[in-house]
Structures are given as C-alpha cells and as structure tokens.
Design a protein around this ligand. Structure first.
Ligand code: NAD
Length: 255
C-alpha cells in the first residue's frame, strides 16, 4: 500500500537503495523545471487551454489545414528548442552510471534525457516519439524537424512532404495513432524484468504506457511514484513521493 506522504521519502529511499534493476518511466513533469509545461498539471497546457488538445488529435490534424498551420507555429515556438536538462534528468543519468538502470521509458518528446547523457548503457525508449523528428503521414519519410521548420520560417504555413506531397507532422504519437509496437514490447519487457518501477512526473492517465505500472507490480517489482499530484496507481505503490522531482530524484538516487 502507498506510504503516508510524510513517511514516503524514507520508504522510497529504502526501496531505491535496494534496487539493482530500475525501469524508470518519465512524463512531462520531469521537464517542467526545464521550462517545458506539462499537459495536465496546474499550469499545464491543456489545463490553461483545453482547446489546445485538438492539435494532438490525428483526425482533426488530417482534416484541418488551419489546425496544421497552428501546430507548425506551435512546434516552431516550442520551449524544447531552448530547454536544458535539470537535476531530475541528471539523477537518472547517475542511476545509469551506477549500473542500476534497466531502461528509461519516456513519454516525453523533448530529448532532454539524451541531452543530459542518458542512453549510453541503458536504452531510452521514446514511446511517444520526438518533436525533433518529422514524419510524412503518407509515405513514411522521416527527417529532422529543424529542416521542416526552416520551410515554415520561410513562409510555408503547412509544408507538404517533398517526396510525395503528403501531410507532414512531428514524429510523435497523437491521440488516435498507435504506438510503435517494437518500442512497446521492449518497454513491457523492461517493466516485467525490473525490481523497481520508478514512475516520475506522469499523471499515468494515458494507456498503454500507464499500464506498465501494474504490469511491473504484478511481475513482482516495487513501484515508486514521484509526482506532485495523485495518480491512479498510488494504491499499488510501495512509496509515493509528492515533492518536486528535481529535488527528490537526486536524493533517491544517491541513496
Ligand atoms: P501530464 O501533464 O499528464 O502529467 C504530468 C504530471 O507531472 C502532473 O501530475 C504534475 O502534477 C506533475 N508534475 C509537474 N511538474 C512536476 C514537478 N516539478 N515535480 C513533481 N511533479 C510534477 O504528463 P504525462 O503523464 O507525461 O502525459 C502527457 C503527454 O504529453 C506525454 O505522453 C507526452 O507525450 C506529452 N508531453 C510531453 C512533454 C515533454 O516532452 N516535456 C510536455 C508536455 C506533454
């Protein structure tokens, strides 16, 4: 059962101190201290502007050129382009260097884990893709987002694929799109094979990724949740920590 929040840090430290194969599952909350707002937190993009969620619906994106133009503007101005990793990202690099990270499954699309230095000994599994790549929804062409944004800056409101004329999009998973099956399989294996599933900065409201938490639990792993707000899986966690990730995570990893 979840520990009382006042006692959670100690229990969380104990669990982390005994961990030898951690699968970390991160969400937007680990990047808010780097200046990238989350979606559902108190200052979240959708909390402040529910209409913005439409840009992340694949049917609406395909049907509406104005929405696509809005999405390209939003990608150009995305804070991820100037964001730097924070102590939360760096703590997971330390865990990897200690040889205790089995895998880092991230729902984030900002590549800040890789900027911090993650991914050298344990895989970073970007289950929701990356903002820094573009993809053609017709022919599957992939390229850098920077190259497409240069076309937007040069005046193309909704640049088409240069190979087939199809609709381009960031290489991220929108509502209505499937996740990469291979990445999902690898993530499920990492959840099933870890001794601690460490969920950080995610509201755990989006499946199938949220399902990795009960999967790990049922396979015998301890679950540690670090998040400012409650999640649907707090009750199965061995410890729940409500503090700020960038302060809590370095402590947990040092343990
Ligand atoms: P979410 O917005 O649903 O939940 C984030 C959670 O983090 C919230 O519960 C919030 O209270 C908590 N939080 C925020 N800052 C925190 C902090 N400093 N310390 C502790 N807790 C903090 O995010 P989600 O579960 O990742 O789902 C949103 C989806 O949107 C993701 O799948 C992702 O693809 C995308 N997204 C990505 C980014 C990014 O790449 N940085 C940003 C926004 C959204």
């Amino acid at each position: 059962m979840a520990a009382e929040s006042s006692r959670a840090p100690q229990r969380a430290r104990e669990i982390m101190a005994g961990a030898s194969a951690v699968t970390a599952l991160t969400g937007a909350g680990i990047s808010t201290a780097s200046g990238i707002p989350d979606f559902r937190g108190p200052q979240g993009v959708w909390t402040n502007n529910p209409a913005a969620a439409r840009m992340f619906d694949i049917e609406a994106y395909l049907a509406d050129p104005d929405l696509r133009a809005q999405a390209w503007r939003s990608r150009s101005e995305h804070p991820a382009w100037r964001a730097r990793p924070n102590d939360g990202h760096r703590a997971l690099v330390d865990l990897e260097r200690q040889g205790r990270l089995r895998a880092l499954v991230t729902q984030n699309i900002d590549e800040l884990h890789q900027s911090a230095g993650s991914g050298l000994q344990a895989p970073v599994l970007e289950v929701h893709g990356s903002l820094k790549r573009a993809v053609c929804l017709s022919c599957g062409w992939r390229g850098t987002m920077e190259a497409v944004l240069a076309r937007v800056a040069a005046g193309e409101a909704d640049p088409p694929c240069e190979v087939c004329g199809g609709i381009l999009k960031s290489d991220t998973v929108s509502f209505g799109q499937s996740l990469d099956r291979q990445l999902l399989r690898e993530s499920a294996r990492a959840a099933a094979e870890c001794d601690v599933l460490l969920a950080v900065g995610t509201s755990l409201q989006v499946n199938p990724v949220a399902g990795l938490v009960p999967l790990a639990h049922e396979a015998g792993a301890e679950v540690v949740i670090v998040n400012a707000e409650p999640t649907p899986f707090d009750a199965i966690a061995g410890a729940v920590v409500r503090g700020q990730i960038e302060q809590v995570l370095p402590e947990l990893v040092a343990a």
